[in-house]
Write a protein that binds this ligand. Structure first.
Ligand code: AP5
Ligand code: MG
Ligand code: ZN
Length: 217
C-alpha cells in the first residue's frame, strides 16, 4: 500500500506518520526529514535545500523529485511507502505517479489532515523534534516524559529553525498557493480522504484508521 499524507505545516503529518507506518507496515518517507538529514551531513544537497527552507520556500522540484525517487528505490520500501511532505506541487505528484506506474504500482490513498491556520501557528511555535529519529513533541499538547529527551530513542530535542512565526506564515502561504492544488488532483482520482485534524492526536489517528479501513472494504 502507498499512501500520501497531505496537510499544511503543523497539521500533524509527522505525528500521524509515526502511528500509521506501524499500522500499515509501510516505510515513512518524509522529504523534509531527508533534507534535514542532508543538511546535518553538510552535503551539497543539504546546503542547497537550506537556502530555501530557511525562507519557508519550496526546494526546486527537480532536486526534490530526484531525492525522493532515489529513496523509494531502496529495498526497504518494497512493502509500501507513507509519503509525508511529498508531493507538494503538481509536477511532483505527476512525477511520482509516472514512476510508480512504470513499476506497476500506484498511490492508493491520499489523506488530507485539515487544521485551522491559527492552530497551526500555535502548534509549530511549541514544537520540539528529536535530532536522531525526528519524532515531534509539543511543549503543551505532547511533552516528552523527560524534558529535552526523546521518548523513543533518548535523542536530544531541538526546535526547527523554520518554526519562527515569520517563516511559518510564509510556509503557510506557500502551502495554500502551491500544495493545495494537489488535494484536488487526488480528489479527481477518487483517492482523497479528508480528516478533521483539529482534535486530540489519538482521535485523529483513530479517524484516519477508520477512513483507510472503510476505503479498502
Ligand atoms: P517539512 O519538514 O515537510 O515541513 P512542513 O510540511 O512544513 O510540515 P511540518 O513538519 O512543519 O508539520 P507536520 O504536519 O509534520 O506536523 P507535526 O506532526 O510535526 O518541510 C520543511 C521544508 O522542507 C519546506 O518548507 C521546504 O522548504 C522543504 N521541503 C520539504 N518537502 C518538500 C517538497 N516536497 N518540495 C519542496 N520543498 C520541500 O506536528 C506539529 C506540532 O503539533 C508538533 O509539536 C506536534 O506535537 C503537535 N501536534 C500534532 N498533532 C496535534 C494534535 N492533533 N493536537 C495538538 N497538537 C498536535
Ligand atoms: Mg513534519
Ligand atoms: Zn528520537
Amino acid at each position: 500500500m502507498n499512501v500520501v499524507l497531505l496537510g499544511a505545516p503543523g497539521a500533524g503529518k509527522g505525528t500521524q506518520a509515526a502511528v500509521l507506518t506501524k499500522q500499515l507496515g509501510v516505510v515513512h518517507v518524509a522529504s523534509g526529514d531527508l533534507f534535514r538529514k542532508a543538511l546535518s551531513e553538510n552535503t551539497e544537497l543539504g546546503l542547497l535545500a537550506k537556502s530555501y527552507m530557511e525562507k519557508g520556500d519550496l526546494v526546486p522540484d527537480e532536486v526534490t523529485i530526484e531525492m525522493v525517487l532515489e529513496r523509494i528505490r531502496q529495498p526497504d520500501c518494497a512493502p509500501g511507502v507513507l509519503f509525508d511532505g511529498f508531493p507538494r506541487t503538481l509536477s511532483q505528484a505527476q512525477a511520482l505517479d509516472e514512476k510508480l506506474d512504470g513499476e506497476g504500482k500506484r498511490i492508493d490513498r491520499a489523506v488530507y489532515i485539515e487544521v485551522p491556520e491559527e492552530e497551526l501557528v500555535k502548534r509549530l511555535s511549541g514544537r520540539w523534534i528529536c535530532r536522531e529519529c525526528q519524532t515531534p513533541y509539543h511543549s503543551e499538547s505532547s511533552p516528552p516524559k523527560v524534558a529535552g529527551k526523546c521518548d523513543v530513542c533518548g535523542g536530544e530535542l531541538y526546535q526547527r529553525a523554520d518554526d519562527t512565526e515569520e517563516t511559518v506564515r510564509e510556509r503557510l502561504k506557500v502551502f495554500f498557493s502551491q500544495t493545495l492544488p494537489i488535494v484536488e488532483y487526488y480528489e479527481k482520482q477518487g483517492k482523497l480522504l479528508r480528516v478533521d485534524g483539529d482534535r486530540d492526536i489519538e482521535e485523529v489517528s483513530a479517524a484516519i484508521a477508520r477512513l483507510l479501513e472503510a476505503g479498502n472494504a
